[in-house]
Design a binder for this molecule. Structure first.
Ligand code: GLU
Ligand code: ZN
Length: 333
């Protein structure tokens, strides 16, 4: 497999960032802010930007949402050096076309005993782990560690299709986050996580690790919900002998007026809705840049004109709550 080796990207020590939308819902202001910041970080450090479509959850992803994401991000004034543009058919930057690569890396982990088959259902896990809960619900209690000799045996004896889990153990994982500062996460607080799902799909953790490594990504900026996943991914880079991105930033959320994290249900705050309502994209950029501490007051702006002033250290830590006044400002002419 020679596709997307690091040599094609990130050569000569230059920065490589990525925008990684998941086309299972409409992009909203929160996604737009993360992508704007990731783009500014890459461009302000003289780097390249990659567009990657994270459609591993095939049953939930839809072609029209992929198309909308590509076209809305371009509408905002973001561009990228590698990856699809609106109108392009799925290709090598769509995770859905890359399953063989992920499978190959799963095999590497299985061969070294770092991946093992797990036949537990969600209910089994909830019942077995009485006390602690991690960031993804009940912490997996390790029931299937060393339980099965092989995937085939696990399947035969349990009568179900097993998942694969990563043996996540050892010393705390430490990294520097450009928004939160120094982070240290003990693997036991997260538990063994899924690499390959029972419904035969790769997990987010495996796919994103393989892709960030093979695409030569050097800097990752994404939502703060993924801070703990960075610990998981750093363990996978080490286990697979892959180069990890050197720089991490986990940005705060955009919330709706009810103080809820913005989600795919928030139609009024979707880029699709704002665009159809005739909102000027430079107002979207200006509001988001101001909300992240990059402008003193909201004013229409293009991503390009923010590059010179951008400093990753200036991105604030506070979540941004979108109010009626903000929306009125967005919709003003
Ligand atoms: N695809 C994820 C999202 O849309 C981002 C994952 C990542 O940046 O690692 O939220
Ligand atoms: Zn299990």
């Amino acid at each position: 497999m020679s596709r997307l080796r690091g040599s094609r990207f990130g050569a000569h020590g230059s920065a490589v960032g990525r925008l990684a939308p998941t086309p299972s819902g409409w992009l909203h202001l929160g996604n737009a802010r993360s992508f704007l910041l990731a783009w500014l970080w890459a461009r302000s450090t003289g780097g390249r930007a990659i567009m990657r479509i994270e459609d591993i959850d095939r049953p939930r992803c839809r072609p029209e949402l992929r198309e909308a994401a590509l076209s809305e991000l371009a509408w905002l004034g973001l561009d990228w050096d590698a990856g699809p543009k609106a109108g392009d058919p799925p290709g090598e930057y769509d995770q859905g076309t890359r399953f063989e690569l992920y499978r190959k890396h799963l095999h590497t982990l299985a061969e070294t005993g770092l991946a093992y088959p797990c036949t537990c259902t969600r209910k089994d896990i909830e019942q077995a782990s009485s006390a602690p809960h991690g960031d993804e619900g009940a912490i997996y209690p390790g029931t299937c560690r060393g339980r099965w000799d092989s995937y085939e045996q696990a399947k035969r004896d349990s009568g179900i299709e097993p998942a694969w889990r990563f043996r996540f153990e050892g010393a705390p994982i430490r990294f520097h986050d450009h928004v939160s500062g120094d982070v240290s996460i003990d693997p036991s607080t997260l538990g063994d996580f899924v690499l390959w799902r029972r419904d035969d799909l790769p997990s987010y953790q495996l796919a994103v690790t393989v892709d960030d490594a093979l695409m030569g990504v050097t800097q990752v900026l994404r939502g703060r919900d993924l801070l703990t996943s960075t610990a998981r991914q750093l363990a996978l880079y080490a286990a697979l002998g892959l180069n990890a991105p050197a720089q991490w930033a986990h940005a705060p959320f955009v919330q709706d007026a009810q103080g809820r994290r913005m989600a795919k249900r928030d139609g009024d705050l979707s880029l699709n809705h704002l665009r159809a309502a005739g909102v000027d994209p430079s107002r979207v950029i200006g509001l988001l840049a101001w909300s992240a501490g990059l402008l003193e007051t909201p004013r229409p702006a293009t991503p390009r004109e923010l590059v010179g002033e951008f400093r990753i250290g200036h991105v604030g830590r506070e979540d941004f709550v979108v109010t009626r006044q903000h929306l009125d400002w967005l919709h003003a002419k």
